[in-house]
Write a protein that binds this ligand. Structure first.
Ligand code: UDP
Ligand code: MG
Length: 138
């Protein structure tokens, strides 16, 4: 059984898409093993996206990610890292496959509703950034 970190970003929460995103995960047979709503500081968003610190979009991205509440989740299931990325769609919503979360709801390359870990190592680091072992259901 694999785990991954999912985030419903500030645009998704503000636009009332929490239920819709979770419905898609559950509909795909993915289990939610942990979930909470938080509001990151700018510094916390910078820490989360540290891999992107040299990118031109880093300052704007971390402003956006600290602009309002987000929902962070640990998802579990077989192949869940890839499955979640498929449900999300490509980073740029204009390139996202029809029927994906980003194709259906994103408004901007930055404001693309959801985050999902991209590999087992990043999933482990990202889950540990938000959750302690005690908060994650077996
Ligand atoms: N992003 C952006 N401009 C870009 C590329 C990415 O604003 O040209 C933002 C976008 O919100 C994206 C996040 O930075 O989701 C992280 O980028 P990454 O390449 O890791 O995409 P993801 O893994 O989220 O699909
Ligand atoms: Mg990424």
């Amino acid at each position: 059984m694999e785990s991954t970190l999912s985030i419903i970003k500030p645009d998704g929460v503000a636009r009332g898409l929490v239920g819709e995103v979770i419905r898609r995960f559950e509909g795909a047979g993915i289990k939610i093993a942990a979930m909470k709503m938080i509001h990151m500081s700018k510094q916390e968003a910078e820490g989360f996206y540290a891999v992107h610190k040299d990118k031109p979009f880093f300052d704007s991205l971390t402003d956006f990610m600290s602009s309002g509440p987000i929902v962070v989740m640990v998802l579990k299931g077989e192949n869940v890292i890839k499955k979640n990325r498929e449900l999300m769609g490509a980073t740029n919503f204009k390139e996202a496959a029809p029927g994906t979360i980003r194709a259906d709801f994103a408004t901007d390359i930055e404001k693309n509703v959801v985050h999902g870990s991209d590999a087992p190592e990043t999933a482990a680091t990202e889950i540990a950034y938000f959750f302690s072992q005690l908060e994650i259901k077996g």
